[in-house]
Structure formats: structure tokens, C-alpha cells
Design a protein around this ligand. Structure first.
Ligand code: HEM
Length: 485
């Protein structure tokens, strides 16, 4: 049956385009609720965009356990081979606004919500295994240098390289960003990495440090700098179109899920801190172990409701999966739910895409607030009334927890020469792939050429610490693009 056109209180409107006015050509009447309601709703259509990762694409799918890792993790959704869990994944760029180009040189966000029987688990990852910083207080400063200059409202190569050359722990991530991996050919053709170290424990209470990898079954494909630039102009929504059309056409993308693990003893011996997310765990020392696979097989029906309103938070976790003491991860545990309360309101978990599986939420004091739309627990007492039946589930505690002690103290994790060990390895690795060293130098040069001369010189110095060839290649091309007088 065709729907009847109504206003927002359900009253039928016979003539949707008519306005109430004095005579045929006179001013409008304040009593015309249909017009006022319609304009007032339109005026409020926009909500704040995400402060980072504003432009993105999402889809639903299914995670399946392929291998037993119950010796590492006791989470219920992992307890049986073949067990399936519904998921929702959102991919994104980081620095651009909601309307920005999908092919920008930028890390890609890779956030997945698992609707498990023990609550929602959000794995909020990127497509790069490392990050720009390990002091969380740097994050807002760093992000501002990737966004717009407050005066010119332009992206600004001086801000960008001024920050990065004075915070050189970022070198590893900057090299990945300016390799062709910084411009993935599509969201389907890139991997996802936890970056951070997590702590997972089994049901006996034994725990491991864990890193998670999602490896694209489509393989990795990248664009070169020029292809990415052209697509930014000709089809800024390239990655959204690619994901939507592939899923709509039944060509479902999938990823295989792996972990790397370390015991506390191994971590003490490692040549880097497991809480330093500027470092990778070498695969030869910490082998990859497969545990699952997921496939994206369902497009959302409504972008705003399901993708724009999706709220992922590293603090949304399930029993037997805990954060490590990585200071950036610890800070993220605060930041995401905080921004969701601002962006979507305090009842954001009632929005269907964010709702845990029915029946898994019972917390009688979490009541009221704007947009409380799920019945607000009816006439149930608005406090925890323990005289009424309620179950408290217990889980095995992680045995031999790390012990932290010491007085409160300021800690700034300054960079030193050790931060160039893995970038040097990466430079050597790139030599194994055709043109990849040259592309890295070229991609850097065209960006650095936009900075002032003293900052360009700092960039050459910084990359000379990785390899003199890299520095020389960048310098040669920068001087060709912007010759010095
Ligand atoms: C101190 C460090 C960080 C802070 C304070 C921070 C903060 C934020 C904030 C406020 C958002 C917007 C969330 C929203 O509006 O829903 C966001 C989004 C995101 N962040 Fe971070 N972030 C940090 C580091 C990282 C790192 C290290 C990763 C990856 C390993 C990461 C991955 C993501 C992803 C994937 C999204 C988009 C989630 C989505 O699709 O909705 N962030 N971050």
C-alpha cells in the first residue's frame, strides 16, 4: 500500500508544496506548521562530523572462527570453530572533511564492530601497522598540522613538516604513508592492523600481549601519486563507489584474521617496548597465527543512519580482551565514547547500528537523557536493586597482572636513534619491490617542495638518518620542482 504523505506529527497533507499566505501573493503565515516544521527540521539536518576520520564508507558482514585460539583468548565469540558473528565495518580517510577525496594520501581507518553475545567488541584499527606518535598528548597538535592552517584555511606543508621533523618518532609511519601504501587502490585491497598491543587472556587466567592483523584476501593494491591525484578530481567518492558496487554485485571482500603473541617474559627481552606503537613486531620472531575470517556482504540501506551514526570505541570490549598499558591506547579509551556523547548524544548506543545484541544490556541506572527512544527500562527501579533477581557473571581474572608502581611523574617519550632502526629496515624492504624506493622519494619530494627552504632542509636531514640515498633522491627532486635562487 502506498504511504500517505503527512507532516511530522502524522497529519495528512493534501498539498505538500503549498504554503499558507495572505492572498495569492502576500506574506506567509506563522500558523503554517507544515512549512515551519519542514524548514526547521532541514535547518538541523547536520550533526558534527567526526573530528578525524570524517569521510568513510561502511558495510555489514560476518566473522567466522577458522582456528582454535582458546589457549590465548576466552572470549565467547571465539570459543568454537565455525562460530559466526555479525559485524559492521567502517573504512575512512583521516585528515579530510566529510566531502573530501577518498584517494588522499592518508592512513585509512579500519573499524569493525562485532555484535557478540557478550556485548559489542569494537576493533578500531588503521591500514598501517604503526602510528605517528606514542605520547597521546601530541595527538591534537599532530592532527592540527594535517588539517588546515587557521589563517589561510589551506592544507599547509610547513605545518606538516615542521611537526614531523621535530617529532621524529613518526619517521616509520611517514615512510609508510608516503610509500604507495599511503594511497590504497580501494578499501577492499588493504590490510587492517591493531597497531597497539592488547592483552588477551584464556579461561585459565593466562594472558599474552597480542597484535591483530586483518589480511585482505583480495591482495594489496595501491595507486601511485599521480593516479590518486587524478581520481581525487574526477571521482572523489571513488572508494565509496568501489565498496558499494562490489558488495551490491555480490563480489564480497574478505579478510583473514591473525594474531601475533608475546608473553610478558618475551616482551621484557624484545628490543623495543610493546607499548610503543611506532614499532612493528617482526614476523620471524613473533609468527602470525590465524584465527578467523570476515566477509562484508551487505550494504547499509541508509548512509546517515548506519555509517554516519556508527560509533566505534576501543573501550567497547568483551571479557578476556583488555587494553595494554600503551599510553596512546589508554587515552583512546577515553576519547571515543566522549566524542560520541558530543557527536550523537549520551544515548548513542540506542541507535540501531550501535545497539548490542538484544537482551545483552541491563544497567538500570543508565536512564533518561536526550533521544532516549527504547522505552527507558519502563517502571524498573532506576538504581541497582539487588533484592530483585539479577545475575552477575564472573570471568577468570588474568593471573600475574603486571605490577605498576612509582610516584606520579611527567613522561615524554622523546625520540632517539633507535627510532630509525625499523625505518632503515623498511627502506631495505622497499628495494625488493620494483620502483618502490623511487616512488617513496618522489611522493615525499612533491609534498616537501611546498614547504619553506629551512623546513625542506630539516626533512633532508631527517631522511638522511634512514639512508643517504633517500635523502639525496628527495633533495634532487625538490630542487628541480622549486629551484633555490
Ligand atoms: C591519542 C590518540 C588518538 C585519539 C585521541 C583519537 C581520537 C579519535 C576520535 C575523537 C575519533 C572520532 C570518533 C568518532 O567521532 O566516532 C577517531 C576516529 C578514529 N580513530 Fe582515532 N584517535 C587516536 C589514535 C588512533 C589510532 C592509533 C588509531 C588506529 C590504530 C585510530 C583509529 C581510528 C579510526 C579507525 C577512527 C574512525 C572510526 C570510525 O570509522 O568511526 N585512532 N579517533
Amino acid at each position: 500500500m502506498a504511504p500517505t504523505f503527512t507532516n511530522s506529527n502524522g497529519c495528512p497533507i493534501p498539498e505538500p508544496f503549498a504554503t499558507q499566505r495572505v492572498g495569492q501573493h502576500g506574506p506567509l503565515l506563522l500558523q503554517d506548521f507544515n512549512l515551519i516544521d519542514s524548514l526547521a527540521h532541514f535547518d538541523r539536518e547536520r550533526i558534527p562530523e567526526r573530528v578525524v576520520h570524517a569521510k568513510g564508507s561502511g558495510a555489514y558482514g560476518e566473522f567466522e572462527v577458522t582456528d582454535d585460539i582458546t589457549d590465548i583468548c576466552g572470549a565467547k565469540f571465539l570459543d568454537t570453530i565455525g562460530k559466526k558473528t555479525r559485524i559492521f565495518t567502517r573504512f575512512s580517510t583521516v585528515g579530510g572533511e566529510l566531502g573530501s577525496a577518498d584517494t588522499a594520501r592518508d592512513p585509512r581507518g579500519f573499524a569493525t564492530k562485532f555484535y557478540t553475545e557478550e556485548g559489542n567488541l569494537d576493533l578500531v584499527y588503521n591500514n598501517t601497522p604503526v602510528f605517528f606518535l606514542r605520547d597521546p598528548s601530541k595527538f591534537p597538535h599532530f592532527i592540527h598540522t594535517q588539517k588546515r592552517n587557521p589563517e589561510t584555511h589551506l592544507k599547509d606543508a610547513n605545518m606538516f613538516w615542521d611537526y614531523l621533523t621535530t617529532n621524529q618518532e613518526a619517521t616509520h609511519q611517514v615512510m609508510i604513508l608516503f610509500s604507495d601504501r599511503g594511497t590504497p587502490a580501494s578499501y577492499r585491497e588493504m590490510n587492517g592492523y591493531s597497531g597497539h598491543t592488547y592483552k588477551w587472556s584464556n579461561k585459565q587466567g593466562k594472558w599474552h600481549y597480542v597484535q591483530v592483523h586483518f589480511i585482505a584476501e583480495q591482495g594489496i593494491k595501491t595507486l601511485n601519486n599521480e593516479e590518486a591525484g587524478q581520481l581525487a578530481g574526477s571521482n572523489p567518492d571513488y572508494a565509496q563507489e568501489d565498496l558499494f558496487k562490489n558488495i551490491a554485485g555480490g563480489n564480497y571482500p574478505s579478510w583473514t584474521c591473525y594474531i601475533q603473541t608475546m608473553t610478558q617474559e618475551q616482551a621484557k627481552q624484545a628490543p623495543f617496548s610493546v607499548f610503543d606503537l611506532t614499532k612493528v613486531w617482526p614476523h620471524k620472531d613473533y609468527p602470525m597465527r590465524r584465527f578467523g575470517k570476515f566477509t562484508l556482504n551487505e550494504n547499509p540501506k541508509n548512509y546517515f543512519a548506519e555509517v554516519e551514526q556508527a560509533a566505534f570505541a576501543p573501550s567497547h570490549t568483551v571479557p578476556y580482551m583488555e587494553p595494554s598499558a600503551d599510553p596512546v591506547l589508554q587515552s583512546r579509551l577515553f576519547s571515543y565514547a566522549d566524542t560520541h556523547r558530543h557527536r550523537l548524544g549520551p544515548n548513542y548506543t540506542q541507535i540501531p547500528v550501535n545497539c548490542p545484541v538484544a537482551g545483552t544490556v541491563f544497567n538500570p541506572h543508565m536512564r533518561d537523557g536526550v533521544m532516549n527512544v527504547n522505552g527507558n527500562l519502563g517502571n524498573h527501579p532506576n538504581y541497582l536493586d539487588t533484592s530483585k533477581p539479577v545475575e552477575f557473571k564472573t570471568f577468570s581474572l588474568q593471573e600475574e597482572q603486571e605490577v605498576w608502581e612509582g610516584s606520579a611523574c611527567p613522561f615524554h617519550w622523546k625520540y632517539d636513534e633507535k627510532d630509525f632502526i625499523q625505518p632503515k629496515e623498511l627502506w631495505k624492504t622497499l628495494a625488493r619491490y620494483p620502483n618502490q624506493q623511487a616512488h617513496l622519494a618522489h611522493n615525499l619530494a612533491v609534498h616537501v617542495a611546498g614547504a619553506d627552504v629551512p623546513i625542506q632542509d630539516r626533512v633532508f636531514e631527517m631522511f638522511a638518518k634512514v639512508h643517504p640515498d633517500l635523502s639525496n633522491l628527495i633533495k634532487k627532486e625538490v630542487l628541480e620542482i622549486s629551484p633555490r635562487k
